[in-house]
Design a binder for this molecule. Structure first.
Ligand code: HEM
Length: 237
């Protein structure tokens, strides 16, 4: 058995002694250069390489032999897209932005995020129109029914040519005429039906009420409401 082992050792290691017996090293082996980067040295907190330096993974993947992708410089990169205009807006700032020349916002008033002045400023004072409680049976429908009733609301047999002096003679509550856009109406019967009150309507009795009517409620269809009250047309003296 011993001779067999001797012959085997000789075959494996040609550096045998002259006696043919391999020498047995007794001194400790020389410390080799340590290239194991996984070993932590002193205060070095660097993480170990991954995959490990001499690992099978590194050898299999050809790690380190591949060409490292080149990192492009700023000038080689595609330029960034332009900043959207709305993104450059700032609350409370209207007009040109000071973010930078490239982000300059056109100074349109709409570029501000401020609420529109209509919501922040108090509304303009509108002259309050007096509400008048109409007597029972004197609502708009009642007036419409009276017009249809066939009752004479003109007080004249035919349409007249009315001069300003003629108009002036009809300025009482019992007999009130008024002119609107060249047409003369007998407003006497309408007085208690007027939503703005008799007093207001009497301001135009015996004179031209075109201006006052238009400044109060131009949307009201006067010609339809008073069609049965038409007296005639304005003419000069
Ligand atoms: C004969 C001509 C006139 C007719 C047919 C007429 C008719 C009307 C009508 C239909 C309304 C209700 C309108 C609405 O609620 O939107 C109204 C309201 C009013 N009208 Fe006249 N109007 C006449 C002349 C006048 C005149 C000359 C004045 C004088 C200033 C006047 C003063 C008013 C006022 C102050 C109101 C408001 C009443 C309210 O807010 O409830 N109207 N009128």
């Amino acid at each position: 058995m011993a001779s067999y082992l001797k012959s085997w050792l000789y075959a494996q290691n040609p550096e045998t002694t002259s006696s043919g017996i391999p020498s047995i090293e007794t001194s400790p082996p020389a410390v080799e250069e340590d290239d194991d980067t996984e070993t932590v040295h002193g205060e070095d907190d660097a993480p170990p390489a991954f995959p490990a330096v001499n690992s099978a993974q590194r050898a299999a993947s050809g790690f380190g032999t591949q060409t490292v992708p080149q990192i492009l410089t700023d000038s080689q990169l595609m330029p960034p897209p332009p900043a959207p205009l709305l993104a450059a807006r700032r609350p409370g700032v209207s007009g040109t932005s000071s973010i930078g020349n490239s982000l300059a916002v056109p100074s349109a008033p709409s570029s501000s995020l401020l609420p529109p002045p209509t919501t922040t400023k108090p509304p303009l004072k509108v002259a309050k129109r007096a509400k008048v409680a109409l007597a029972p049976g004197h609502g708009p429908l009642d007036w419409a029914n009276l017009k249809k009733s066939g009752q004479d609301l003109r007080g004249t047999d035919t349409l007249l040519r009315v001069t300003p002096s003629m108009l002036k003679e009809h300025r009482t509550r019992e007999d009130a005429w008024s002119a609107f856009n060249g047409k003369v109406y007998n407003i006497t019967h309408y007085l208690p039906y007027h939503p703005g009150g008799e007093k207001e309507l009497m301001r135009v009795a015996g004179r031209d009420g075109t201006k006052l009517f238009a400044s109060t409620h131009a949307w009201v269809n006067l010609d339809y409401m008073l069609d049965e009250c038409l007296v005639g047309f304005m003419v000069s003296e």
